[in-house]
Design a protein around this ligand. Structure first.
Ligand code: MN
Length: 351
């Protein structure tokens, strides 16, 4: 990466009028690849996430090199397409399939490498810290180190860990710590918990075609109905893929949650489910380059709650840039979605 091409990238971004911060951009580190090769070596039965990890750990596969690369091809593509910044996150499943001790060690290594890359290119990279949810106290300590010392821009967790969701009260101290750090939590997809994945198995529907959004949308809904947002009212959660289908269902969720004649055994909430979704969640456009859904989400959630993303290297940067460049929305909203909301939520310095 020469300084010359970095300048060219900035010039191109300026010329087109929008600073572009992409907010769900995956990377990996050798420590994660090695640890996942160990997990793969212990595998005894089909696992949808490991199915993908077999591809991701293959040096000759389509995503291994793009994931491990930060300052080569990735930056050339950013320059070419006028993408100013990647908000990087360790690729799914992060450290969540590793033994807890190993998971913490890999999280620390990944966060250190991420902070170093941001230090070398503070105008091109920001990043979300990885934590091991299955080691709650270790995760809290690493979240504190990542935000306070490494100055990373938020936390990412890839949906369930060993089949458990963050709505389980044992994880609330971690959620409280994230809110206490004035940070936010990106809940990124992974394949569904085994009980759900079985039903999606034919034609591999348990992957990103449907399983990811079913799993992650359920995770977010479980958080809402658990009452955690009455307890931790400032907690901010970010969902990719235009909100993992939840915006579409909010009316029905409210209606059914409030159905008086049938007494379900549910936590009592102070507000309607949609009120928490609007107050405690933001969404990104990752992997959903589709104008009708964008317009719908702006109408339901407001342009202040939507951020642009590519989902590099799993989806392509020209598609995502063209999608937002050509979106039939106001320039003011485009500025919010391309960069202003990300600057606010992830504490990214304004350009
Ligand atoms: Mn992604």
């Amino acid at each position: 990466m020469s300084p010359k091409s970095s300048k060219a990238g900035k010039a191109k971004a300026r010329k087109t009028g929008f600073r572009r911060i992409a907010t769900e951009e995956a990377f990996s580190v050798p420590e994660q690849m090695d640890a996942m090769r160990e997990v793969l070596a212990r595998q005894t039965e089909y696992d949808p996430d490991l199915f993908l990890w077999k591809v991701q750990t293959d040096p000759n596969g389509p995503v291994n090199k793009p994931l491990l690369d930060l300052e080569g091809e990735r930056m050339r593509i950013m320059d070419r397409d006028g993408v100013d910044m990647h908000l990087l996150s360790l690729t799914s499943t992060g450290v969540q399939m590793m033994e807890p001790g190993k998971a913490l060690a890999v999280a620390i290594a990944a966060n250190d490498r991420l902070a170093a890359a941001i230090g070398r290119h503070p105008d091109r990279f920001a990043g979300l810290a990885t934590v091991p949810p299955h080691d709650v106290s270790g995760a809290i300590k690493e979240a504190e180190r990542a935000i306070q010392k490494l100055k990373l821009n938020g936390i990412i967790i890839n949906s369930h860990t060993n089949g458990e969701y963050l709505s389980d009260r044992k994880y609330w101290p971690l959620l409280e710590a994230i809110a206490g750090l004035k940070s936010s939590l990106y809940i990124h997809p992974r394949s569904p918990i085994p009980a759900m994945a079985a039903a999606y198995r034919p034609d591999h529907l348990e992957h990103a075609i449907w399983g990811y959004q079913a799993e992650t949308g359920l995770h977010a809904l479980r958080l809402i109905t658990s009452g955690v947002f009455d307890q931790i009212s400032s907690l901010k959660i970010i969902l990719g893929h235009m909100g993992e289908a939840l915006p579409y269902w909010l009316y029905r969720i409210d209606y059914m949650h409030g159905m008086a004649p049938i007494q379900f055994d549910r936590a009592k909430l102070k507000k309607r489910p949609s009120d928490y979704f609007k107050r405690n969640f933001m969404i990104t456009t990752s992997g959903m380059n589709w104008h009708p859904v964008l317009k719908f989400c702006i109408e339901v959630l407001g342009a202040d709650n939507i951020m642009w993303a590519i989902d590099y290297p799993y989806q392509t940067s020209p598609d995502a840039v063209k999608f937002m460049n050509t979106a039939p929305i106001s320039d003011a909203d485009k500025h919010k979605i391309f960069h202003k909301n990300a600057e606010r939520i992830f504490h990214i310095k304004q350009a």
